[in-house]
Design a protein around this ligand. Structure first.
Ligand code: ZN
Length: 221
């Protein structure tokens, strides 16, 4: 197993693209894996392909269409509206167990391509409340993955304790601020870059971006 080879769970969004740049900084060889689960916007897969091509990263697209069979939700079914959780509930974009499955498949792929490191952009601080984005889940999963394949994978979560402004800061430190801002797709309505400006994903992204730009201006003045 190659110590300096990594597989990045990659959706073409802000977070996972920042993770891809992080991986390119830290490892000699990087491959990316995107899961196709009939996302509301198949454009997500296209964007991921384009970014991987541009960054000269080998890109795998795995068919996970079974996920929409198991968990019909706003990301996979057009008739379900994208909205934030009400009364502290989970947002309608929640797919139960998604990261459990993604990490399992990404690590099986890592085994096949001889990579020791698996990188995912999950984050406990983004208030979404997804249980399988928590640090404790990732640590538990890492142990389980190693036991299941009798191997020594290391799952990395560079964004785990960052807020959205700090994620922009990390992209900036990796000299990828403009790239991430212009090329990635976070918007639920499928608009690249700064997005539609209306959906919950755009609001979250814009708030972080404005906070980071504000902090940077404060530091420089
Ligand atoms: Zn949007």
């Amino acid at each position: 197993m190659e110590k300096n080879k990594a597989v990045v769970v990659f959706s073409g969004g802000q977070d996972s693209t920042t993770c891809l740049f992080w991986a390119l900084e830290h490892y000699d060889e990087v491959e990316a894996v995107t899961f196709d689960y009939n996302q509301r916007h198949n454009q997500e897969i296209q964007v991921a392909k384009e970014i991987a091509d541009e960054l000269k990263v080998k890109h795998h697209v795995l068919d996970m269409s079974l996920l929409s069979q198991l968990a019909p939700n706003a990301l996979t079914r057009d008739e379900i509206e994208v909205k934030d959780g009400e009364d502290g509930g989970l947002p309608s974009t929640f797919v139960p167990g998604r990261n459990l499955l993604f990490l399992s498949f990404a690590t099986i792929l890592a085994k096949q391509v001889g990579a020791k490191h698996v990188i995912t952009g999950v984050c406990e601080t983004d208030f979404s409340g997804y249980p399988d984005c928590r640090d404790i889940f990732i640590k538990s999963m890492n142990v389980t993955l190693n036991l299941s394949m009798d191997d020594q994978f290391v799952v990395h979560t560079p964004l785990m304790w960052l807020d959205k402004a700090q994620t922009w800061e990390l992209a900036d430190q990796l000299n990828a601020f403009e790239y991430v801002r212009e090329k990635t797709l976070t918007c639920y309505n499928g608009v690249r870059g700064d997005g539609c400006g209306e959906c919950p994903a755009c609001t979250l992204r814009r708030n972080g971006l404005e906070a980071y730009i504000g902090q940077k201006a404060g530091v420089n003045s």
